[in-house]
Design a protein around this ligand. Structure first.
Ligand SMILES: Nc1ncnc2c1ncn2[C@@H]1O[C@H](COP(=O)(O)OP(=O)(O)OP(=O)(O)O)[C@@H](O)[C@H]1O
Length: 672
């Protein structure tokens, strides 16, 4: 037996996922060339772990694996889960795997037709997801057999397959082994089925209890069935539990995958993956469209909605509670203030008239009633006009030297707000102040004084459009954060979804490398980014007329750099996070942190001192500042903040790429 040529030789294999969960416990396995090797064992005993270590998906902690084939294309690996792109047609699936295995398209079609007949598959144009579970499993087997590999590794291939077809499949295995000298390793739960194997490995507790041809096993243990043999050996193993407690676990040694890849990058494999990703994007166009439109739509919608009220914060329909202690403005007294003045209605009524042009006003008799209305949300603020408002205001205007505290208080409008709505409070405070000035100016004019006498001693040359200014200054950090987020989510979700469905495992076993996967992702993402940015720039700067004083090309370039950083962050997340839902959590955490720390929601200068260092460390903040300076100040790349923004985002990208690289090296051993 030791002279026999071995297709696979596993020696003293140790593997555990956690310190207490030893899966392979010094296992040794010898698979002869040109044989069917049935690997049997209870659920969870480590069969999949062993097979995935043979195909290089997992690395052993200690021990070695030698495989007679030299190239990955000589191996056909059928994972336990279906691991197929369920949105694709059978033909697309065949073409993808065929191309990864360097097959010509005509050969793929020819072989595909043969397998369709043999495995009784639906027509090539059928979508995989619309096939039954059993059919999908047979498609999975067809993909494994497509490139006619020399070594077949099949993890439970016959689950859910019709017994007649199952029999045909086994006959096929026996035939290809006999006629073509192939080697097949097969795991199955159906122990009787394994009788057809040339060699059987009975696995339990991380080791092989026996490894012999079935007739020898039956003879050696005096049993009629393999189940009985397994039972006998298991009972024996239980009895032989080591007395001195568990044996020590060997030191973890650096390990290499048993089968090397044909280079880290091959055009054929890259094209196969690219075409597959384009097909995926075509089939899932709604997701792509959403990603493309999100940044443009969000800000455009915000801009359209908020500028409705003359470019200012809206005051809304909720009334202001008015307490006019001077007059009810019904039976109005006419004030004769001085000879030089035109007789006037009470100033409080004139002010109220002014206010009514903009606010809904509800009158109350007392301050307490008005305050009560605010507390019950029937009004959003209280305006109190004092008794003798007109007379005291006249004294304040014309004879400031005799204006006592009583006069000053009596000519002051008292206002208080329910301050929950920031925008409304800002706008209302400004309107109440401007209208009171306007009323005093009217009084000054009535008394023959220049209106300017009652104006604030300041002239603001350019009248600010508040909402527009706020939106303009919010756009750079917001835009930067959203494009970073969308690229990060698109990248990490695409990779994790593909990995979790077993697609990566299968494609990598067929030869696709991590480098090829990443480069394809970059190319795909780049195409999406370009369309996303053209649309965003068109919406923002052509339709919505946001300000771009500097170079549009430089702004575009900066946004692309931010997206590359988002992509590299997405790569990093996809190698450290395994569950898709956790990417969603990471995404929410990222976007909220970015909004808070980059100045989208709150000025970075006004952040708490504890948060300020984080705000400066994340590369988006400085890049958003650079974008701000390009778009609103018209600065070019020669300005310190602009080029530092570029330097920072490049550093950020390099940082995430380095982290991804280290994680892959640490977790997967290599990029192939
Ligand atoms: N990535 C992982 N991280 C942690 N534990 C794992 C991982 N993969 C497998 N395991 C654990 O290792 C043990 C062996 O799993 P494995 O899938 O190799 O067994 P199996 O014999 O193939 O089982 P089955 O026949 O049910 O597929 C199980 O307890 C499983 O929970």
């Amino acid at each position: 037996m030791s002279d026999e040529k071995l297709a696979v030789h596993v020696k003293d294999a140790y593997k555990r996922y956690t310190p207490t969960n030893v899966i392979l416990d010094g296992l040794t396995m010898r698979v002869p060339e040109g044989a069917i090797y049935g690997l049997l064992g209870p659920s969870g005993c480590g069969k999949t772990t062993l097979l995935s270590s043979i195909v290089g998906q997992r690395l052993l902690d200690s021990g070695s694996i030698q495989v007679s084939v030299k190239h990955k294309v000589q191996v056909g690996f059928m994972p336990q889960e279906i691991a197929l792109n369920t949105e694709f047609t059978i033909s697309e699936v065949f073409h993808f795997y065929g191309r990864i295995c360097m097959m010509a398209d005509e050969k793929i079609v020819q072989r595909g037709d043969e397998l369709i007949k043999f495995l009784e598959l639906p027509p090539l144009s059928r979508i995989v997801g619309s096939c039954s579970g059993g059919q999908q499993r047979r498609i999975s087997m067809a993909v494994t057999l497509l490139h006619n590999p020399k070594l077949l590794i099949l993890d439970e291939p016959t689950v859910g397959v019709d017994p007649v077809l199952c029999n045909d499949i086994w006959e096929y295995f026996v035939k290809v082994v006999r006629e073509e000298g192939k080697t097949i390793i097969i795991t199955t739960h159906y122990i009787e089925e394994a009788k057809n194997s040339h060699m059987i490995g009975l696995m339990r507790g991380g080791i092989l209890l026996a490894e012999e041809p079935p007739p020898i096993l039956l003879q050696q243990y005096h049993c009629d069935t393999l189940e009985e043999v397994f039972l006998k050996l298991s009972v024996k193993q239980e009895k032989e539990e080591p007395l001195g407690g568990p044996k020590p676990y060997p030191k973890i040694q650096p390990n290499e995958p048993p089968i090397k890849n044909d280079g880290i990058f091959r055009k054929e494999r890259f094209m196969a993956q690219l075409i597959k990703n384009i097909n995926w994007t075509r089939r899932n166009w709604t997701i792509t469209l959403f990603v493309i439109c999100l940044p443009a739509l969000l800000f455009s919608i915000i801009g359209q909605l908020t500028t409705k009220d003359g470019g200012d914060f809206p005051v809304g329909d909720e009334p202001l509670a008015l307490v006019n202690l001077e007059s009810d403005c019904k039976n109005e007294t006419i004030y004769k203030l001085a000879k030089r003045c035109v007789d006037t209605r009470p100033l409080s009524c004139r002010y109220t008239d002014n206010l009514e042009q903009i606010f809904n006003m509800d009158k109350y008799d007392s301050y307490d009633d008005a305050l009560n209305a605010v507390k019950k949300s029937r009004a959003f603020g209280v305006v109190v006009l004092p008794e003798n408002f007109t007379r005291y205001m006249y004294i304040r205007l014309t004879d400031q030297s005799s204006a006592t505290a009583k006069v000053l208080d009596g000519s002051t409008v008292n206002v208080s707000f329910d301050s929950t709505d920031f925008g409304k409070v800002v706008r209302s405070t400004r309107e109440l102040s401007l209208r009171v000035l306007e009323t005093i100016q009217d009084l000054a004019e009535d008394c023959g004084f220049p209106r300017k006498m009652a104006d604030l001693p300041i002239t603001v040359v350019e009248k600010l459009n508040l909402v527009e200014e706020v939106l303009q200054s919010m756009l750079p950090p917001y835009f930067s954060s959203v494009v970073f987020y969308t690229t990060m989510m698109y990248t990490s979700t695409a990779i994790i979804m593909e990995r979790n469905s077993g697609l990566f495992e299968r494609s990598q076993a067929a030869g696709l490398t991590i480098v090829e996967i990443l480069i394809t992702q970059i190319v795909m993402q780049f195409m999406v980014m370009i369309v996303q940015n053209i649309l965003s720039f068109f919406m923002l700067y052509v339709i919505d007329q946001y300000t771009m004083r500097g170079s549009m090309a430089l702004g575009f370039f900066l946004i692309i750099l931010i997206q590359f950083c988002g992509m590299s962050y997405g790569f990093f997340l996809s190698v450290v996070i395994s569950a898709e839902k956790n990417v969603a959590y990471a995404g929410i955490f990222t976007i909220l942190s970015l909004f808070m720390l980059t100045g989208s929601l709150w000025p970075t200068e006004a952040l708490h001192w504890l948060l300020k260092p984080f705000s400066r460390i994340i590369p988006i903040t400085l890049t958003a500042e650079a974008y701000y300076n390009i778009s609103l100040r018209g600065w070019n790349i020669a300005h310190y903040t602009v080029y530092m923004g570029i330097v920072y985002i490049l550093l950020g990208t390099a940082f995430f790429i380095a982290l991804t690289y280290l994680t892959v090296r640490f977790n997967y051993g290599s990029f192939t």
